[in-house]
Design a protein around this ligand. Sequence first.
Ligand SMILES: [Zn+2]
Length: 292
Amino acid sequence: MKKKYAFIPLAVIAIAIAFSFLPGKKPMPVFDVHLHGQKNMKEQLKSLEEAGVTIAAVSTSWNLQSTYAGNSSIRLLYGLMVPCPGGKVPYSQQQCFDDGKEWPNVAWVEQQVKAKKIDFIGEVLTQYHGISSADEKMFPYYALAEKYGLPVGVHTGSAGPDHGCPTFREDMGDPALLKPVMQKFPSMKLWIMHAGGPFLPQAIELMKAYPTIYTDISAVNNPAILPPAQFAGLIKMFVNAGLEDRLMFGSDNAPIKTVLEAIDQLDFLTPEQKQKIVYENATRFFQPAASK
Ligand SMILES: [Zn+2]
């Protein structure tokens, strides 16, 4: 009798193992292109890992960012926040750089790029600073990005409450402001953060005019910020405009499972389209850093 009972659980285990190797059972890999620092960094990385995130682009204060390496199996790409209104990261209010300045020294930035400590320029926070993303103060950073082939992520659209930046201007979040930037830096790898919402037609028009521009769908994919029906309408607009290959998933520190579910629930998308949005498009956009 004992032997018989021992046999049943073994059989169950064997079946479970067999099923775990079936195609489709493996969680879809996820590329989170919009991540900020958190004090509980280890917990943050663990929950991302559990949700299938294998690579992420993080931008936060320079000091906090430098503590992220080596704490998980997630491949991390590192950004440069610029400018920092009042010298601080919006919302968390940590000091961006040791010297407390709003604009990091351009020669120092170039050194960090050469030392492989910066993989992209972003989050560009000109809107929180109350100036246009095409302000000439940004030109030296755009020029560096173009010179070294680094992606540039610019915050667009609205902002949440309590960001702590009295200079924030909603009208400076219009993606159309980036048109002169693309004319001056035509080979810059630009990505519009937050899909430009609520300036969606402007985001779509700019992306149609410049085939190298991508967008992330962070914040708009968070049901606490945008109701699911409106998010579905937004994705439909981009897909119908022929832009499904240039949409990238980002969490912007929202609960990772919730924002991944928001995409999974879009039943007008095929599994292949979902895979493009949560992983493939970003791996193409972040070349060559994403494959190192
Ligand atoms: Zn943002």
